[in-house]
Each structure stands twice: as C-alpha cells, then as structure tokens.
Design a protein around this ligand. Structure first.
Ligand code: CDP
Ligand code: MG
Length: 163
C-alpha cells in the first residue's frame, strides 16, 4: 500500500466528552470504521501545553476561552492509524460548530453548541473532540502528545479485512 496514504492522526476527547461519560461511545465510532488505536492516555494539560497544542490559535480572540476549556479537566489523547486517517477522522468528527454538524457525525450526534452562544458567553465551543486538520499537523501533534515508547505496533483483524 502507498505509505503516504497510510496515516496517523491525533484525536483528543476534550473535557466535556470525558465529564459527560462519552469516551466509550466516541471511541466506538473509530473502532467501527476499522481505524486502529496505536496510542492512548488520559492527560490533564496546563496552560503552557495548551499554547503549544493550539499554537495556531494563541493570538485569536477565542483562545482565552479555548485554553480555559482544554485545561478544565483531563482529556483522552489518542493516536489513530488507518488509510487516509486524517481526513477520515475529520469526516467522522464533523465540522467545528456542533449546531451545523450533521447527524451521524460525532459533533452532530452528541453536541449542539453554537458560535453565537459561545461568543456571547465568552467561552469555547463545547464540541467534544479535537482531530488534526492535516497530515503535517497530525505528525507535529502526535510528537507533542506522545513519546515513541507510548506508540504501539500490533496486528488486528483489519490487516486481513480492512487494510
Ligand atoms: O477543532 P477544529 O479543528 O474543528 O476547529 P479550530 O478552528 O481548529 O478551533 C479549535 C477549537 O477552538 C475548536 O474546536 C473550538 O473548541 C474552539 N473555537 C471556539 O471556541 N470558537 C471559535 N470561533 C473557533 C474555535
Ligand atoms: Mg483545528
């Protein structure tokens, strides 16, 4: 298989997903699509780490609320592997604003927050999940969140039936 099409991407289940007890339900979406979890850990990040992860957003108006949100409790970090994993995971996750996310996507099925509401309250959009936006970001983000020794190579039935 062309190696560039076989990708890894970073997923974070944000504090709202953990506190609402949606971890298992959300992880199932990725497992059901035949994607493979190659790294996973529960982490409570601080402001400094948030600035590294969201370096593209630190100067934006919504960053203050975003930092408050992402540091408000533990997040579940996952490295997920599969064919076109970056795009496929974004498709399963849905667009940033849950109000606009269609049913069937994780954000559309389990959240309904809007930009208007979040902006009026000066808080981040509560949208349950982060997924890397492109292959370059995915590589950088996985290196930020995981050590080499926390990443695992193993065989699944997908080797025969999905890959
Ligand atoms: O997470 P995603 O890649 O879909 O969106 P982003 O544009 O990279 O923004 C990162 C996160 O910041 C979002 O998931 C929201 O939680 C938050 N955000 C916000 O609260 N208000 C905005 N106007 C834009 C983003
Ligand atoms: Mg993004």
């Amino acid at each position: 298989m062309p190696q560039s099409l076989f990708q890894r991407t970073l997923v974070l289940l944000k504090p709202d997903a953990i506190q609402r007890g949606l971890m298992g339900t959300i992880i199932s979406r990725f497992e059901s699509a035949g994607l493979k979890t190659v790294g996973m850990k529960l982490v409570w990040v601080d402001k400094e780490f948030s600035k590294k992860h969201y370096s593209a957003h630190v100067d934006k108006k919504f960053y203050i609320g975003l930092e408050e949100f992402i540091t408000s409790g533990p997040v579940l970090a996952m490295a997920i592997e599969g064919i076109h994993a970056v795009d496929v995971v974004r498709k399963l996750v849905g667009p940033t604003e849950p109000k606009e996310a269609t049913p069937g996507t994780i954000r559309g099925d389990f959240a309904h927050h809007s930009y208007d509401y979040a902006d009026k309250k000066n808080i981040a959009i509560k949208n349950l999940i982060h997924a890397s936006g492109n292959k370059e970001d995915a590589e950088k983000e996985i290196a930020l969140w995981f050590d080499e020794k926390e990443m695992h190579t193993y065989k699944t039935v997908h080797e025969m039936h999905v890959f």
